[in-house]
Write a protein that binds this ligand. Structure first.
Ligand SMILES: *[C@@H]1O[C@H](CO)[C@@H](O)[C@H](O)[C@H]1NC(C)=O
Ligand SMILES: *[C@@H]1O[C@H](CO)[C@@H](O)[C@H](O)[C@H]1NC(C)=O
Length: 392
């Protein structure tokens, strides 16, 4: 009976969690303010296995996230997504601009890389009006960081505290955090000690401190150009990983009114309003006869002349005619001598006879092939009468 009851409870729990409707995640941010949303694997893990979670089993599954704006293939321009590894959390981050105001629905597809389950979550990001005005901004380059390591709020806090001490104010906010790879940086070697680098931009309504103003001095710029290092480095990093490259820091002063851009000076090609466009005449026709003679007729005539000269030399002025005559007379004489020699009744020289031994002058009788082929020794050399028999 108790068993039945516990199964009933289990079933109800399972049903309840399976029927949980995934409510949209609502987030609010403002124009000009840095936005981060961490896609936490732990949270999605319980959505994959609600039944097991209740009974103390906790998996740690690798997961990947696919993010896109609803009904679009990609994210809005101001928003970026990053995840280093399926066993790490993912991050959506970026700074919305004036034109990004309003509501954006982001679809996040969560894929469990162990079970290959997937589900979709909706993220509604509302971008409100311009946040705090931050006319004074500084951008730092952190060469020993990667974007995923800077986005967690604890690390952001560390960096903020360092900069607060340099700036001497607590009224600081992040304006932008971006990977150096998004700004033309190179992918580092996959070795320890090589990082992509991160740009961190902070803003405040308080004017720059003396320390930060050193970045503007001509001496600083000279030293950085010459040695890549400046003597006036007053940067602070409690955590060595957050140290900034002093030469790559820049001050941005947005407090001065932007000078209005000059109206473009008008060139001569602009039409008066509404007038009729009259296309220019087509260019005057050109005489191509001389070009034709120069490029076709003259080479053709030259080739023809060369052909004729060559034909004349080959057929009518052959140097070889006399040699041919000589050759023919020599051939005739040789033939005459040969017939005369054939006519003499003299035995042929021994050396022209077959099977003649040069040393002994002996002649071999021709083999009697037809009489008794069974007695022909297979290996002639063993009884060769031409060779001297060796003494035993
Ligand atoms: C933040 O940084 C990224 C990457 O460099 C850049 O594309 C974007 O325009 C920046 N946003 C703001 C508001 O400065
Ligand atoms: C940092 O500054 C140095 C010297 O000014 C420059 O050569 C280098 O390219 C900069 N690096 C980055 C990543 O901006």
């Amino acid at each position: 009976m108790a068993d039945m009851q516990s199964w009933g409870v289990l079933f109800t729990v399972y049903l309840a969690s399976a029927l949980v409707v995934h409510a949209d995640i609502k987030i609010y941010t403002r124009v000009g303010q840095f936005f981060v949303y961490e896609l936490q694997r732990e949270v999605f893990q319980s959505d994959f296995e609600p039944f097991l979670i209740h009974y103390g089993h906790v998996y740690d599954d690798p997961m990947v996230f696919k993010c896109n704006k609803q009904n679009f293939p990609d994210l809005p321009r101001w928003l970026r997504y990053t995840q280093r590894h399926p066993l790490d959390n993912g991050f959506l981050y970026g700074t919305p601009l004036q034109e990004d105001q309003g509501k954006t629905v982001i679809e996040v597809t969560v894929i469990n890389k162990r079970s290959y389950d997937a589900f979709r979550e909706r993220l509604v990001i509302t971008v409100g009006t311009q946040g705090k005005r931050m006319p004074y901004q500084v951008e730092f380059f952190l060469p020993l960081r990667e974007i995923e390591k800077v986005l967690p709020s604890a690390v952001q806090q560390e960096i903020k505290l360092d900069i607060q001490r340099m700036w001497g104010t607590e009224r600081l906010d992040f304006v932008n955090i971006s990977s150096a790879l998004d700004r033309g940086g190179r992918v580092p070697l996959p070795l320890p000690g090589h990082y992509e680098g991160v740009y961190v931009k902070m803003g405040s309504d308080q004017y720059f401190s003396e320390c930060l103003l050193r970045l503007l001095s001509p001496q600083h710029q000279q030293e950085c150009k010459a040695a890549g290092k400046a003597s006036g480095d007053c940067s602070i990093c409690v955590n060595p990983a957050n140290c900034m490259a002093w030469c790559n820091a820049t001050l941005i002063d947005l407090s001065k009114p932007v000078p209005p851009t000059l109206a473009p000076t008008r060139g001569s090609g602009i039409l008066e309003g509404q007038s009729f466009y009259d296309p220019p005449e087509s260019p005057p026709s050109r005489e191509f006869f001389l070009d034709y003679i120069g490029t076709v007729i003259i080479p053709f005539v030259l080739a023809l002349i060369l052909c004729i000269i060559l034909a004349y030399v080959m057929c009518c002025r052959r140097e070889g005619v006399i040699q041919l005559y000589h050759h023919r007379t020599i051939q005739g004489n040789a033939d005459e001598l040969r017939t005369m020699a054939g006519g003499r009744a003299v035995p042929r020289p021994l050396s022209t006879l077959p099977m003649f031994n040069m040393r002994t002058g002996e002649r071999m009788p021709p083999l009697q092939r037809h009489s008794d082929s069974s007695h022909i020794p297979l290996i002639m050399a063993q009884h060769d009468p031409n060779t001297d028999t060796l003494p035993r």
